[in-house]
Design a protein around this ligand. Structure first.
Ligand SMILES: Cc1ncc(COP(=O)(O)O)c(C=O)c1O
Length: 375
């Protein structure tokens, strides 16, 4: 049987990984400044994470949501403390798209409305409503296009107000730092205006923190740089350090009732253990502070490279903008310098998404390789 061919592949076959180092089947070592697309938050095969998962697997890997799972309550308590989200409830699922799908569905249930406002260059996933609010017609099938979605520009206050005042909008969904799109951010004044308008018109504000959450931006969630209070927060990627897990934090004003959301696998014992281990390591190794601190070092080093036109993003969710398309630079970095980096919908942006445990020395190695590759 052939693999359904939807991914263009680099010719590298990783077989083991530790920290930010990946080793391929030829024994070649690579530095991972891509984190498997912002997924590796505490480092590959972190010993605490591996130990916790192995011991949970020895006890029990899975049971469905038809019985009590105290690990979910432990996770909710730990998240409340670390993310400083006291007024939220937790629902667990399996991926970023599923988190957004549930967030949108809940917004529609809660308000009784169905149109969604999203933003140009957004990426929210590939399932039904999640892909409909993603600004990319190429990945929207006719089935997805039946959702009612209006795309606006960040910072266009007038259009936002006009659309929300029509009274049929259930949610505004946004990334505080656009990931796939290329690291653009709304201005603080726009985000505050947006939050106020959502309150005024009874529209749910959904913060998509699938990529920017779990410390990547230098705060637990990227919206916390703006001091707004979303109604629903979606998360995934860094949450499980590679274990497939997602979730939403739901403001306490939105009430649960049996059956409105559900999943077979979501919140299972292994998934909760993975997230608890991630949070424990983040806390004990001060990884969020590390992400915040290394941003300045990254910006200083990048400023010394004349070909870099702009540094985008925050914390360790960063991008370097060039005045040429970066595809061949990425290939050169992988094949000649053994460094993984990320691309974006904006072809001029090279994305840097390492584990939050990356060190200054490792970032220095990235810049040495980048300068050599550019020369
Ligand atoms: C901001 C954002 N939301 C949602 C998703 C979808 O997540 P998943 O691929 O886990 O479905 C992504 C994936 O890149 C993302 O970056």
């Amino acid at each position: 049987m052939k693999i359904f061919d939807v991914y263009p592949l680099y010719k590298v076959t990783p077989v083991s990984a530790r920290g930010i180092t990946i080793t391929d089947d030829q024994g070649i070592e690579y530095l991972d400044f891509y984190g498997g697309h912002a997924v590796i938050s505490i480092g590959h095969s972190h010993p605490t994470y591996v130990k916790r998962l192995k011991s949970q697997l020895d006890k029990m890997g899975f049971y469905s949501n038809s019985v009590a799972n105290p690990l979910q309550a432990s996770l909710a308590a730990k998240l409340t403390k670390m993310a400083q989200c006291e007024q939220y409830q937790l629902f667990l699922c399996n991926s970023g798209a599923e988190a957004n799908e549930n967030a949108l569905k809940l917004a529609s249930f809660h308000t009784g409305k169905s149109r969604v406002i999203a933003f140009h260059n957004s990426f929210h996933g590939r399932t039904s409503a999640a892909v409909a609010v993603t600004d990319n017609p190429k990945i929207n099938a006719p089935l997805n296009s039946q959702h009612q979605v209006t795309f606006l520009d960040f910072d266009d206050q007038e259009s936002l107000k006009t659309e929300l005042s029509k009274g049929d909008v259930c949610a505004v969904i946004l990334e505080a730092i656009q990931g796939v799109g290329g690291l653009d951010q709304p201005s603080p004044s726009f985000y505050h205006f947006l939050a106020d308008c959502c309150k005024k018109y009874n529209v749910m504000l959904i913060a998509d923190e699938v990529q920017s959450g779990f410390g990547r931006s230098g705060k637990f969630f990227a919206f916390q740089h703006y001091k707004v209070e979303p109604d629903i927060i979606s998360m995934a990627k860094g949450m499980g350090n590679g274990f497939p897990v997602g979730g939403i934090l739901i403001h306490e004003k939105i009430k649960a009732s049996f059956g409105i959301l559900g999943t077979t696998f979501g919140g299972n014992h292994l998934a909760c253990t993975a997230v608890l281990a991630v949070l424990e390591v983040m806390e004990s190794e001060n990884l969020i502070a590390n992400a915040a601190a290394l941003e300045s070092y990254f910006r200083e080093e990048a400023a010394r490279i004349s070909q870099v036109k702009r540094v985008k993003g925050r914390g360790l969710m960063l991008g370097l903008e060039f005045d040429f398309k970066v595809a061949s630079l990425r290939e050169k970095l992988i094949y000649d310098y053994h460094i993984f980096t990320g691309g974006a919908k904006d072809k001029f942006v090279l994305r840097i998404l390492p584990s939050l445990g990356v060190t200054q020395d490792e970032l220095y190695k990235f810049f040495v390789a980048l300068k050599a590759a550019l020369s």
